[in-house]
Design a protein around this ligand. Structure first.
Ligand code: MG
Length: 155
C-alpha cells in the first residue's frame, strides 16, 4: 500500500480565478510543482481532491471542468509530476452533500478505490478551514500554502 498526497487544486496548484475553468487563465505555482515532485519521488500517489461548486452553480459544465483539469495535469506532466487521479465535488454548499471538503468522503473513497495507506498520507492545500480541517478530521498531516492576491477576490 502506498501513501498519497491529497492535493487541493485551485489556489494550491494553480492560481484561483475564482471558479476558474478557462484554460487561458491557467497559471501553475512553482512551489506547488516542487512539493508535488518531492512527494512523487518519495513514492506517494498524487491525488487531486477539489470542490467544484461552479458546476452546479451553472458557471461551467462538468465537461469544461474536465478540460481545465486535463490542462492542469498536462502542465504538471511537463514539469515531471504525474497525477494519479482526480476526485471532485460538483455540489453547491446549500445542497448539503456528503462529499464537499472539509467533509472526508472524497478521500475515504480514494483510499478505498486506490488502496491507499491513509495513515502515512498527507494533505496539501491553501485553506486552513478546508484542507487543514480535513487533515484534523482524518488524523493526518496537512501542509497549507498561504496565497495572496487575486485568488482571494470573490466574483
Ligand atoms: Mg483551494
Amino acid at each position: 500500500m502506498r501513501p498519497a498526497l491529497f492535493t487541493d487544486r485551485d489556489g494550491t496548484i494553480n492560481r484561483d480565478c475564482p471558479y476558474c475553468h478557462r484554460i487561458e487563465d491557467l497559471v501553475i505555482y512553482n512551489d506547488a510543482v516542487e512539493i508535488l515532485k518531492e512527494f512523487h519521488e518519495k513514492g506517494f500517489l498524487i491525488v487531486i481532491v477539489t470542490n467544484q461548486s461552479g458546476i452546479n452553480r451553472g458557471y461551467f459544465t462538468e465537461k469544461e471542468f474536465r478540460e481545465f483539469n486535463d490542462a492542469v495535469i498536462h502542465s504538471l506532466g511537463e514539469s515531471g509530476v504525474y497525477v494519479d487521479a482526480t476526485y471532485f465535488c460538483p455540489h453547491r454548499p446549500d445542497e448539503n452533500c456528503s462529499c464537499r471538503k472539509p467533509k472526508t468522503e472524497l478521500i475515504v473513497r480514494a483510499v478505498k478505490e486506490m488502496d491507499i495507506d491513509l495513515n502515512r498520507s498527507v494533505i496539501l492545500g491553501d485553506r486552513e478551514d478546508i484542507e487543514g480541517e480535513l487533515g484534523r478530521k482524518l488524523g493526518i498531516k496537512s501542509i497549507i500554502l498561504k496565497r495572496s492576491g487575486c485568488e482571494t477576490t470573490v466574483r
